[in-house]
Design a binder for this molecule. Structure first.
Ligand code: ATP
Length: 282
């Protein structure tokens, strides 16, 4: 078990993201219900909650893919509540999805090139300037090397292992040099060995990056985040260190029910029993 604290994170106290009374209703369902929280620049926050708790809806509102029915979202003090997703990307928001955005018919290098090219001011830059082209190729290689994909650059994405696809997914999000990165279950469906790789990758993220991570795996959370926020029925019910959340009576009850009173949560995957079978608690 890796109990290493996310030592690389460098929280400065400056607020990177703040949401106030954020809500989203679907017909009669309050998917997210009046969530108020803030995340400092460089902080690493995990989001957990039982199935249907509102985690993905929360992310979709942060990234601008879903309009809130109430509340406000600020990035670095700027109100972004009404900004479309691409404007938030331009302000430094990156994300991954439960379903990968990797283009399987392209190589790793081509996938990364497309992502890095998204940064270039002129879409014709590649054609116009050899120097710009060289710079982008260097960026692709640096990115791949930073996250252990340097020997896989010319491999088709469809030939990658599931774990490598997840790694590439994170690399693609990082190609846009985000200040705030939202990762949606990066370890979902991975083997134990692949989970070790994804933990290593998360520990190599730039220290100044603000990370918000929806994740089932408590080992991943333990090694990647310094705090966890808990959602339940759309409400924000608790926040604390990983250890505090594991010991939190309310959280234990929400996950395990009354019959769990007095029961010890398993040490390795405390809140994620059954996730592989689709019966996950987070
Ligand atoms: N587009 C939608 N239309 C109607 N209801 C929705 C929609 N999206 C989400 N919901 C409902 O909102 C609630 C929260 O869903 P959400 O997917 O955000 O939860 P979650 O915590 O991400 O769940 P999971 O862990 O299963 O991914 C659920 O009751 C869900 O059925």
């Amino acid at each position: 078990m890796n109990t290493t604290a996310p030592a690389q994170a460098a929280s400065t106290g400056e607020v990177a993201l703040r949401v106030e009374s954020l809500g989203r209703q679907f017909a009669g369902v309050k998917a997210v219900d009046g969530v108020t929280l803030s995340v400092s620049r460089g902080a690493r926050l995990g989001i957990i909650g039982p199935n249907g708790a509102g985690k993905t809806t929360f992310f979709n509102m942060l990234s601008g893919e879903l309009k809130p029915t109430s509340g406000r979202i600020e990035m670095f003090g700027q109100d972004v509540t009404r900004l479309p997703a691409h404007r938030r990307v331009a302000l430094g928001l990156g994300r991954t999805y439960q379903v990968t955005r990797v283009l399987h018919g392209l190589t790793v290098r081509e996938n990364l090139t497309v992502a890095v090219h998204g940064l270039s001011r002129s879409k014709l830059g590649l054609l116009r300037s050899w120097r710009a082209y060289r710079r982008q190729m260097e960026q692709v290689e640096e990115l791949a090397a930073s996250f252990g994909l340097e020997n896989r650059l010319d491999v088709l994405a469809e030939a990658l292992s599931h774990g490598e696809v997840r790694q590439l997914d994170v690399c693609l999000a990082l190609a846009l040099k985000p200040s705030i990165l939202l990762l949606d279950e990066p370890a979902a469906g991975l083997s134990p060995a692949e989970r070790v790789d994804i933990r290593a990758l998360l520990n190599r993220l730039p220290p100044e990056l603000t990370l918000i991570l929806i994740e089932h795996d408590m080992d991943v959370l333990r090694s990647a985040v310094d705090e966890i926020a808990v959602l339940h029925h759309g409400e924000y019910v608790a926040r604390g260190s990983v250890a505090e959340i594991q010991q939190n009576e309310l959280v234990r009850e929400l996950y395990l029910g009354k019959q769990a009173e007095g029961a010890e949560l398993p040490k390795e995957t405390a809140l994620n029993a059954g996730t592989e079978s689709g019966g996950g608690l987070v």
